[in-house]
Design a protein around this ligand. Sequence first.
Ligand SMILES: Nc1ncnc2c1ncn2[C@@H]1O[C@H](COP(=O)(O)OP(=O)(O)OP(=O)(O)O)[C@@H](O)[C@H]1O
Length: 596
Amino acid sequence: MTSCLYECLYEAGLQRYYPQFTAMGLSQLAHLSQLTMGDYPRLGVQDMGDRTRLFHLVQLVKGFEEEEDERYVEEERAAVLSRRPPPRRQLDFSVLSPEPEKRRLGRDCMTPCKAQTDRETPFRSVPGERVACRRSAHTPTVTPKLSGHTDKEAARHSRRMDKVTQHSDRERGERRWAELSYRKSLLKQEAAPMHQGQRSPGYNYGLPMSSPASSTRSSAGRAAAERIRVCVRKRPLSRAEEKRGEADVVAVRNGESVRVHEQKEAVDLTQYVLQHEFYFDEVFSEACTNEDVYEKTAYPLIQHIFNGGKATCFAYGQTGAGKTHTMLGSSPRRPGLYALAARDIFARLAQAEQRPGPSPGPGPLSVRVSFFEIYCGQLYDLLDHRKRLFAREDGQRMVQIAGLREVGVESVASLLEVISRGSRERSRGASGVNCDSSRSHALLQIHLRACTHRLVGRISFVDLAGSERACDTRDPDRQSRMEGAEINQSLLALKECIRALDQELSHTPFRQSKLTQVLKDSFIGNSKTCMIANISPSHLATEHTLNTLRYADRVKELKKGGKSSHSHGGRGVKRWPPHPPNATNTSAGGRARPRR
Ligand SMILES: Nc1ncnc2c1ncn2[C@@H]1O[C@H](COP(=O)(O)OP(=O)(O)OP(=O)(O)O)[C@@H](O)[C@H]1O
């Protein structure tokens, strides 16, 4: 259960500090009264406007507490005088519904309450109890109805509400938000409902199913855990987003879970915040650097390819979520995963050369690089003037890309030079979200070859195209609609492959898209895969963020069943149910919702 602290901070425009509040143990609105201005820097509140707003919020909470204390003293005295116990304050659930127990947390709050009238809102007045409230657009001021309360008490409560209003009238402008928070906290002291998806067999249509990693996993499960690693990276709000007043609604917790606060409005206009919590192998907060991400994602894969394995590291997420930033880095001084991997590969090769005596492995290794993109279902060689390529299966049912150019590199610098040459060739276009959006999937492959040209190990870095919907593209002409459709189709195909693996289907539909075709060996044989799901913190991107997290959550579930080995390329029958149209567009309730 959460507190309404987030909502009040949200109203105050301070919600981006919420993670720091919770990190300091401030999880309830009442905790704010203990704050002093000396605590502001520790909460990261440096901006003058933010400090002022936080100060006003703290004052309001303190004022409310004092008022509450006075009221209780008064009530106690009146009770003693009249020799009767103080009135019991209980929720009048009878006006809500004949089935009060159903109207508790979670999605029940989304259900409009027919029994309520516009002017009757059951609420509680004792902090710590749960309350259901209703706000009508036509009745901005609600009169609370208290069970067991006398008219006198109701009038007193009403006076207190009026006092808040008068107070606000005196100091308009900046303090308006605080009063709103205050009113909200009075009326909605209920915690925002936590959405917890129930696990059910089969496909969950995007329903969150996340749960913490189990320590009692089978050995097969542990092996699978090694094969697929699912991480999430949250990027910081950009300056432009901050200026536009966008809110940070994503909180990273303990480096392994991420919580998304989704602002919702029920049919009866009740405002509430729905919380979604997901658990992953690693969750990187906005404070993490590319080095931090590399250390826990690609670094183990580099060790693996030197042991003769194949590895794939792909960055997934909506456009502008930070995939390219993660892979390429932002400047030579802030390298991305490509450069950090190259540095480790060459360091390891240098170590092997310096080692005295004959090497136990396949002898001296050479590093070769290929770089190609998948754009609108076609393959293009980024190191060969965008030459068209074709993926074909060989006799061993392994996918080979005919004509793909491999360039030999001898140092980190030369590898980076090749990468930047290829990156310039990538197809770009402006999506509605990112003005420098990648509209293709880019696959950088670093091959370790023996002197006989035999492939010893290989790592593929896949910078997936933005997973936004086609309708998000600016001026959606035919080309951008086709791009968007193809991107969505290939991501859906990837999901289908993962699901087929998850459910141990005898046939994995690699051929549904070029992406899954060329990624075939990412999930078979001696291979390891790491997915980095990039997410934006902005409240405007909440739906995409949830879709990305649900997708990543689905991949993570692969590990739980311990399904480490799969037949591939078999001739089994497709047994999975046909995916729903627009399955990537899911509502918070977990059901696929038709796109508009
Ligand atoms: N971790 C981060 N720290 C700071 N800035 C970041 C971070 N991640 C992303 N950004 C910035 O956000 C913007 C968008 O990021 P980026 O281009 O990497 O998104 P993308 O997911 O690759 O988008 P697309 O799919 O459209 O190419 C860039 O300006 C980038 O510098």
